[in-house]
Design a protein around this ligand. Structure first.
Ligand code: CUA
Length: 334
């Protein structure tokens, strides 16, 4: 995983590469992942020995007691051997009970966040992840999870529409994100770097682009890095349109809206401003500042005919200045 923190282009840049080899797992990057990999290897070795043992003995007996080419083999009068049967049942049972107990211990660790864990809220929606940091007031990021090294993190997750699944392969963690309830996931990252995050529950057209990044940063840099990532203000030399492009990135707008005229789940931004749209009830509306603002804050109020409601409300996530910049950005997509 690359540690580079490049400026993001105005669409989801995707995830860092999963692994160098298609046959290997992503290097483990959490305390839990390392423990789980050890268990996983134990499982494979144990099953390998059991498989070779069973199939091997079976093949040996098939060969040894095969029917002779001429005549009949004499059948043994032996019916059973209690001692032998006990031994060949007890040994595998012993090892499989170890496997069960070990798995149970690891599982309980994995589902019990430590009390001093840092809280982050995750919301899944078609088709992006909203990540909120209660530590930084009003900070909500799209598809970018920032965590410090060596600090337990507790993610409280929910969905606003359908079932998604939050998957962190480098941390060996996956949990469904379900509308109407909270699910919890926790981990402690062990190595700084950039790691993939993805949705692994089929959730509609853009399921495959519902991906993000986990930025693991050293403890002492965390506050500054997060504050910088959370800050969303227009720069002194920045035009409203350029600032609007950054707002689009933050909101994850590109998962449903294009700027080249192609229609994804929502109308394309290209040539949208000033257009007259027909609504589902047959009335028409002009796409102006007020309509765009309303669509951001209350997306289901006036749905354009031919589209169904897919968009979550951004009320509370964007302030007036950010919405104004977004409007300037849409206006500029001629
Ligand atoms: Cu969300 Cu697949």
């Amino acid at each position: 995983p690359a540690a580079a923190e490049a400026a993001l282009p105005p669409s989801n840049p995707g995830t860092p590469p999963m692994s160098d080899s298609p046959w290997s797992l992503l290097p483990a990057a959490s305390a839990n992942a390392e423990a789980l990999d050890t268990l996983y290897i134990f499982f494979w070795v144990l099953c390998g020995i059991a498989f070779v043992g069973m199939i091997g003995v079976q093949a040996y007996f098939m060969w040894k007691y095969k029917k002779p080419a001429h005549g009949h083999a004499k059948t043994s009068p032996l019916t059973h051997n209690g001692k032998l049967e006990f031994i060949w049942s007890a040994i595998p049972t012993f090892f499989f009970v170890i496997l069960f107990a070990w798995g149970e211990i690891e599982y309980m660790k994995q589902v019990t966040p430590p009390p001093d864990a840092m809280d982050v809220r995750v919301t899944g929606q078609k088709w992006s992840w909203t990540i909120e940091y209660p530590e930084v007031k009003g900070c909500s990021l799209t598809n970018d999870l920032y965590v410090p090294v060596g600090k337990p993190m507790r993610l409280t997750m929910t969905s606003v529409d359908v079932i998604h699944s939050f998957y962190l392969p480098a941390f060996r963690l996956k949990k469904d994100v379900v509308p109407g309830r909270y699910t919890v996931l926790w981990f402690e990252a062990t190595k700084p770097g950039l790691y993939p995050l993805m949705c692994t529950e089929y959730c509609g057209d853009e399921h495959s682009s519902m991906v993000g990044r986990v930025h693991v940063v050293p403890q002492e840099e965390y506050d500054a890095v997060l504050a910088k990532a959370c800050e969303l203000k227009q720069g002194d030399a920045e035009s409203a349109e350029d600032f609007g492009a950054r707002v689009v990135t933050r909101g994850g707008c590109a998962s449903c809206h294009t700027t080249d005229g192609t229609v994804k789940t929502g109308p394309s931004f290209k040539g949208l401003f000033g257009k007259s749209e027909t609504l589902a009830d047959g009335s028409t509306v002009t796409v102006d500042e007020n309509y765009i603002r309303e669509s951001i804050l209350e997306p289901n109020a006036k749905i354009v005919s031919g589209f169904s409601l897919q968009m979550p409300s951004f009320a509370g996530r964007f302030d007036d200045k950010q919405i104004a910049a977004l409007i300037a950005y849409i206006k500029a997509q001629k």
